[in-house]
Ligand binder design. Structure first.
Ligand code: SME
Length: 153
């Protein structure tokens, strides 16, 4: 996907999400709406969803795509890496990522973005693609901006 096309699509998605999320302000509804919109606007998103951080576990929340692992045990995989390093992780080839958790063997690349509530990570947004190298800084910046809508008030 061309970088300009992708950036433009993210701008439109953000505008739409702002309008939908702001008047309701319910994190669960926001996450469901973000998941649905992203998954349906980007054809190369194969699995799109959230994992909640609960004590020492990451538990699946709303998602779109094939069946996923319900619980990600610490401390391996891309989602835990995002929690532990407290930053967005982009993996161009998941088969080369030590400890990657393959909920579906068709996934080839992945991005994980931490979701913060009052500066504390409470969840992660995880997106998988069947394409290799599907995610870049444009995805990271825009998805970070989108996840900030969840606990903005
Ligand atoms: N691949 C993730 C697990 C979640 S699935 O991709 C939906 C990981 O390594 O943490």
């Amino acid at each position: 996907m061309k970088k300009k096309v992708k950036q433009f699509r993210y701008v439109r998605i953000y505008q739409q999400l702002e309008k939908l999320i702001e008047p309701v302000q319910n994190p669960q509804s926001s996450m469901a709406t973000i998941t649905a919109l992203l998954h349906n606007k980007f054809q190369h998103f194969f699995w799109t969803g959230f994992y909640d951080l609960k004590k020492d576990k990451l538990l699946v929340n709303c998602y779109q795509g094939p069946l996923a692992c319900l619980s990600l045990q610490p401390v391996k995989g891309v989602c835990w890496e995002a929690v532990n390093k407290q930053k967005t992780i982009i993996v161009p080839n998941v088969h080369e990522f030590p400890g990657h958790i393959a909920c579906d063997s068709r996934s080839n690349s992945e991005i994980v973005v931490p979701v913060r509530k009052n500066d504390k990570i409470v969840a992660v947004l995880d997106i998988d693609s069947r394409d290799f190298d599907a995610f870049d800084e444009i995805d990271a910046e825009n998805l970070q901006k989108i996840t900030k809508l969840i606990y903005s008030k």
